[in-house]
Design a binder for this molecule. Structure first.
Ligand code: HAM
Length: 423
């Protein structure tokens, strides 16, 4: 017995994960429905990929030099000896699905969204979890800078529609395979000069991917990075023109944004445009959403040469900013007393629910008065009363809890008396 009690103490959610309980979940549902509605207005359709993928997908897609692949993946060997990973992000899964199903040949717009859990073995803190949720959006096969701007505008519209304020949109171009090597070299040379002042991680990044140094959260490294060269001066004509195009369209939308030459993002696959929306009043976990263009991923997977661009928004971070207060949906609470009334309550609950009315009937054996108290406490809009008299007559009472008005009648006439919006 005592050992059972001790083990119960261990029954808490795994570190870095959290439950979304009734009361909160309505906010999540409201936000999810709002963003799904918004994306469909821009021509996006939902694409659901599995939670697990071959580890190689992320090693190749997300990139070997990223923190995600190096430190944060939940990877295990399954019973068939395969190396499997719980997706740390969604972009490689969508690219894989396109190659696998040759969605590029269908001729439909390749605009996809998804809302669901991602997994990263990161150090949990406020706004950073090991299981978190992303709203992910991806577009394929559109090279024009107009789509980069449209996607940033859609992110902005999404936040505005949820009443989010106090954020800033940052944009940059991280170049491409043609122009980035020269920049990386210049960066490495600058970093070499201040090597002793950099943290161990940054010294390692100097070898693997010097751009990552800009991601370091350590203040001393950030200070030193301010003196490093900026990518803007190294962009090839194609990347420069593309970035100018993106800014022109952003200006056309009248969107407020800031060009941040040090914005490199923590993933290896970006080419040309990179962007983030950050929360101005937050510390380190300030990125509400981030994304960019990745024109080589599909090709690198051995698939067709199809370019991509997208972003992902952390739902936990978004929910912390929205001011959605979902109201209680109006529902009927059935009050019943005695065995025969209970049987009738079961029957009427079924009828009402089948007719689209949210109906609650409970079986805790409470007295009449106590059931009324409970209906009021739960916020029932109406109470349907089934007492002995009502049973004998086959007529029941529907009490409007807001006005106190009672209507007597057959189940059908009471259903008809309910406002059309709840039926
Ligand atoms: P990311 O910057 O790694 O990009 O993540 C996007 C967003 O997910 C972040 O801005 C943040 O809001 C949220 N997020 C990331 N990690 C955590 C965490 N541990 N806890 C809570 N929230 C978190 C990507 O994942 C790319 N796939 C985005 C993309 C899509 N790029 C192109 N298409």
């Amino acid at each position: 017995m005592s050992s059972d009690r001790a083990s119960l103490k261990e029954l808490v959610a795994v570190k870095g994960t959290h439950d979304i309980l009734p009361g909160e979940v309505e906010v999540w549902q409201t936000v999810e429905a709002a963003v799904a509605g918004m994306f469909s207005r821009y021509g996006y359709r939902e694409l659901r990929a599995p939670v697990i993928e071959h580890t190689e997908l992320f090693e190749k897609g997300t990139g070997e030099t990223t923190d995600i692949v190096q430190k944060e993946m939940y990877t295990f060997v399954d019973k068939g000896g395969r190396s499997i990973t719980l997706r740390p992000e969604y972009t490689p899964s969508v690219a894989r699905a396109i190659v696998e199903h040759r969605l590029d040949l269908l001729g439909t717009p390749m605009r996809y969204y998804f809302i669901g859990p991602m997994f990263r073995y990161d150090k949990p803190q406020k706004g950073r979890y090991r299981q978190f949720h992303q709203i992910d959006v991806e577009v394929f096969g559109e090279k024009d800078p107009a789509i980069d701007a449209e996607i940033i505008e859609m992110a902005d519209a999404m936040l505005a529609s949820l009443g989010v304020t106090g954020t800033e949109t940052l944009v940059n171009s991280v170049g491409c395979r043609a122009c980035r090597p020269a920049f990386s070299q210049a960066l490495r040379a600058s970093a070499e000069k201040v090597r002793d002042g950099l943290c161990g991680d940054c010294r390692r990044k100097m070898e693997t991917n010097p751009l990552r140094i800009f991601d370091c959260k350590i203040e001393a490294c950030r200070e030193l990075a301010k003196g490093f060269p900026q990518i803007t001066a190294y962009l090839c004509p194609e990347c420069r023109d593309h970035f100018a195009g993106v800014r022109r369209y952003l200006d056309l939308y009248g969107l407020s944004y800031r060009v941040d030459p040090n914005l490199v993002r923590g993933l290896d696959y970006y080419t040309k445009t990179a962007f983030e929306v950050i929360r101005l009043d937050a510390g380190q976990q300030n990125a509400v959403l981030g994304g960019g263009r990745y024109d080589d991923m599909m090709k690198d997977f051995g698939g067709p040469d199809v370019c991509g661009i997208g972003f992902a928004c952390g739902l936990e971070r978004l929910i912390a900013l929205v001011s959605v207060k979902p109201g209680l949906r109006p529902f009927v609470y059935i009050v019943h007393a005695g065995e025969a009334a209970k049987t009738k309550a079961v029957e009427l609950a079924r009828l009402f629910r089948r007719r689209g009315v949210e109906t609650l009937v409970e079986f805790a054996g409470r007295g009449f008065k106590s059931q009324f108290g409970r209906a009021a406490k739960l916020g029932a809009a109406w109470v349907l009363i089934i007492g002995e008299d009502e049973l004998a007559k086959g007529e029941f009472l529907l009490k409007d809890m807001a006005t106190g008005t009672q209507t007597a009648g057959s189940p059908e006439s009471l259903l008809a008396a309910l406002p059309a919006r709840v039926r």
